[in-house]
Design a protein around this ligand. Structure first.
Ligand SMILES: [Zn+2]
Length: 341
């Protein structure tokens, strides 16, 4: 498996955020990058530094305002009332009062959905690099059938003009548009992160040319709360092209893999030209913020189920936080995928 990564990923290392009512250490640490990269390298995969494909593939997903905001935000820190190594707000734009303000203070809350996506000196370099890893992996998958993008920060909670849930740029969506620009036709995205891929759903909600499917822990009392329900099926021309498969909290391998089988049956019926897997590993039984109980064997079974789809496939790293089994879950997923592809 070709592994695409961006060393700039480590330039973003957030400190704290508000989770379930309390301020806690941020789990989306730069250390994840080293752990996942070392695991892939030690397992014998071909590790490659991502190329720089410019801003255009990112602009195929995100608004110009969103991109420019994050590209320039740290240089505007003098407009922020306090001096800190991290900018984040408690004011957030709501759908019913959407006006993009001019002032920096309001813009931070317009382009973020929660406290988990602070802006630091290295944030833009890190999220740009993470997106480039996804783009490079899309190209690699078209050339060689499959590739893994070590994206950090992750992306699937990011909408076209809103960061949130540790995510700034939607790497899986960017990979999907890249595949579409090169190969044409329809693309499918299957998201197996324990959290609903709300940003990805939002980006393609009216688009019948990208099928979005998310398997995740039920969101009625779990992030991202406001989406992820089974009755969200797309709108307009996109009606029928979004599938949510929420799982009851605490379930293990059987229901998780069964949901992925259901997803892959839908993918097969859709007949896409390529597949993006939003590969969160936080459904693990040992994940510090997960809500399911998937074992290493369960991830390997998931990989085999997806690989049997026989599509050019980009595996895009999403969540999955530091635990004793994170590295093993990645390497076993990749090994099982390679063996079944
Ligand atoms: Zn997650």
């Amino acid at each position: 498996m070709r592994i695409l990564h961006a060393p700039d990923s480590v330039l973003h290392d957030p400190s704290n955020y508000v989770r379930r009512g309390e301020t806690v250490p941020h789990p989306e640490k730069a250390a994840r990058y080293h752990l996942l990269l070392d695991a892939a390298r030690n397992a014998g995969h071909a590790v490659e530094r991502a190329g720089d494909h410019g801003i255009e593939p990112i602009a195929a997903v995100h608004t110009q305002g969103h991109i420019e905001f994050f590209r320039t935000a740290w240089s505007r820190r003098d407009e922020w009332p306090t001096k800190s190594d991290e900018i984040f707000t408690g004011h957030f734009a709501r759908p019913q009062m959407h006006r993009r303000p001019e002032g920096f203070l309001g813009l931070v809350g317009y382009h973020t959905a929660d406290t988990s996506t602070p802006i630091r000196a290295g944030t833009w370099a890190a999220i740009y690099g993470s997106a480039q890893a996804a783009i490079s992996a899309a190209d690699a998958a078209l050339a060689d059938g499959r590739a893994y993008a070590l994206c950090r920060p992750p992306g699937h909670h990011a909408y076209a003009e809103s960061a949130g849930g540790f995510c700034y740029l939607n790497n899986a969506a960017i990979a999907a548009r890249r595949l579409q620009s090169k190969r044409g036709g329809k693309i499918a995205i299957v998201d197996i992160d324990v959290h609903h891929g709300n940003g990805t759903q939002g980006i393609f909600y009216e688009d019948p040319t990208v099928l979005t499917i998310s398997i995740h822990a039920d969101t009625s009392n779990y992030f991202p709360f406001y989406s992820g329900y089974a009755d969200e099926t797309g709108t307009g021309a996109g009606s029928g092209f979004n599938l949510n498969l929420p799982l009851q909290h605490g379930l293990g391998d059987g229901p998780f893999v069964a949901a992925i089988e259901q997803a892959m049956a839908r993918v097969a019926a859709y007949e896409p030209n390529a597949l993006v897997v939003a590969l969160g590993l936080d459904a693990s039984e040992h994940d510090p913020i997960g809500a399911l109980r998937v074992t290493t064997q369960g991830f390997a079974d998931a990989a085999r189920t997806i690989a049997r789809g026989k599509l050019p496939t980009v595996l895009v790293q999403e969540g999955g936080y530091l635990s004793d089994v994170l590295a093993t879950n990645l390497t076993q997923f990749l090994a099982a995928f390679d063996a079944a592809a």
